[in-house]
Design a protein. Structure first.
Length: 487
């Protein structure tokens, strides 16, 4: 497998080709697991590759990896070993994600996941189940906020700081998988949360949204009122589009900036340094705070290791419509989510790093096709920005589900040179890639169905579903590749 590294805002491989990654999140957020939740066997990887996927964000939890203090779960790790072995065989990259939601599952007393119970300090605050949606614990749960406060302060458990113990966990994983050809990188923490400061953030969010709805001139209040009277949920939600998002949330930016610079950035640097003590391999991924998923400005500086900028780092933003995890998700508005991602594009440019979208999608039923138009708009937006994507998430039987009608699509895998643009036109079933070839290497494209093209190509691999991985060689200079998909 090619070793992946970063070059400013591009992922590049051993041949200096621009790489665009496409995949799915496969998570194990269950408690007390002896082995990884899903059996990712040979059959799985064959289907995964045939649908055009080449990366997995493998979400694991501290609780399953270290259920008892300083005792790692060897049986569980052996199941991860097998995933890495098969991933290497089928040339699928693994992004290791240390996942958390609400900091911890609190031994089943909350719907969260992440830290083992021995790493949870709540100052006596009691966990509970959600009142509205699972995430309400972030803003309404004192037990969540206090748990994060203690973590960011590196408070001690049995004589060693929480962050120090977290770094030891990452060092163990880096030592175990750092030399695997399948390793893409390390996603240090899923959606970190500020802790008690979130109370002020939430207050600003509520007031900002209320003020925007009441007085912002960009909102058609007549349409909003009529839609409310008619109980037309879709039109009512559509009145709050992407053009007002920043107006509603900008007052949160200074609070977020303080957290990013004083708490989150030092933590990233510390954890990255721990990983780099063990291995130079793998890209280190920076995420943004959970609350930044809704368009709040992220202010972290680039990751440094012992004061020197980390050479191989990337940004892995997440965003969903605010109707996610509710029955209203069928009314998800792509303009809102693109507004969130637009702010994340600003972060990418500021950091000067490549992006693979770590999470998006979020439909709870992977057989539901009604929301596909929303998803197509986001996929097109990712293509415009030359971003790879990792969909949330895998449910166990998705390789044969209707979801593949949306996710399995023609796209560039490795481009020998500089990409100007690429897109897939669903109306005329045509994929187009415009690029400046280096004249030396082959460009690789995944085609999801039988196709026609005037460009000379060779087939690298054909799949049972009619898809193929093809390579094209071009002279140095500007070129356009067009591929017509047969119905």
């Amino acid at each position: 497998m090619d070793k992946i590294r970063t070059d400013e805002m591009r992922f590049v491989d051993s041949h200096a080709r621009t790489r665009i990654f496409n995949g799915m999140n496969i998570d194990d957020k269950l408690r007390d697991c002896k082995v990884f939740r899903y059996n990712l066997d040979e059959e799985f990887f064959k289907k995964y590759k045939s649908n055009g996927f080449d990366i997995i964000r493998l979400a694991v939890t501290w609780q399953n990896l270290e259920p008892k203090i300083e005792e790692y779960n060897e049986d569980y790790l052996k199941s991860i070993d097998k995933i890495f072995e098969l991933a290497e065989k089928y040339e699928v990259y693994i992004l290791l994600d240390m996942h958390q939601d609400l900091f911890s599952g609190n031994n089943g007393q909350s719907v969260g996941d992440g830290a083992p119970q021995w790493a949870v300090l709540t100052d006596g605050a009691k966990p509970r189940m959600p009142i509205f949606v699972w995430a309400d614990g972030y803003f309404l749960g004192k037990w969540v906020q206090k748990s994060f406060d203690h973590f960011w302060n590196n408070d001690k458990i049995m004589g060693k700081g929480l962050q120090d113990r977290y770094c030891e966990l990452w060092k163990m994983l880096a030592k175990r998988y750092g030399n695997s050809p399948a390793l893409f990188g390390f996603d240090i923490m899923n959606e970190p949360f500020p802790g008690t400061d979130s109370k002020r953030m939430f207050a600003h969010l509520v007031s900002g949204v209320a003020k925007t709805v009441l007085i912002n001139k960009k909102i058609n209040r007549g349409k909003l009122l009529k839609s409310a009277v008619k109980r037309d949920t879709r039109n009512m939600l559509d009145c709050i589009g992407g053009d007002v998002i920043r107006d509603a949330v900008y007052k949160i930016d200074p609070i977020q900036e303080k957290f990013d610079k004083e708490k989150y950035s030092p933590f990233l640097n510390k954890t990255a340094a721990a990983i780099r003590e063990v291995t130079d391999n793998g890209i280190i991924m920076m995420e943004q705070s959970y609350i930044c998923n809704s368009g709040i400005k992220q202010s972290c500086p680039p990751i440094t290791v012992n004061g020197v900028r980390e050479e191989n780092q990337c940004f892995g933003p997440h965003a969903y419509d605010f109707s996610v995890d509710t029955p209203l998700y069928q009314y998800a508005n792509a303009s809102r989510v693109k507004a969130f991602f637009s702010e994340m594009r600003n972060t990418q440019e500021r950091l000067n790093v490549p992006v693979v979208v770590g999470e998006w999608g979020g439909c709870s039923d992977n057989t539901d096709t009604s929301w596909f138009p929303h998803a197509y708009e986001l996929l097109d937006y990712f293509d415009e920005n030359h971003w790879g994507q990792i969909y949330w998430d895998y449910h166990g039987d998705d390789m044969d589900a209707p979801l593949m009608e949306m996710l399995s699509r023609t796209h560039p895998v490795a481009v020998a040179g500089e990409i100007n643009s690429y897109s897939y036109n669903r109306k005329n079933n045509t994929f187009t890639l415009d690029y400046i070839s280096d004249g030396e290497n082959e460009t690789i494209i995944y085609v999801h169905k039988p196709f026609e093209t005037n460009n000379e190509y060779s087939i690298i691999e054909e799949y049972e579903n009619g898809a193929a991985l093809i390579s094209l060689k071009s002279d140095k200079g500007s070129h356009e590749i067009k591929i017509c998909i047969k119905d």
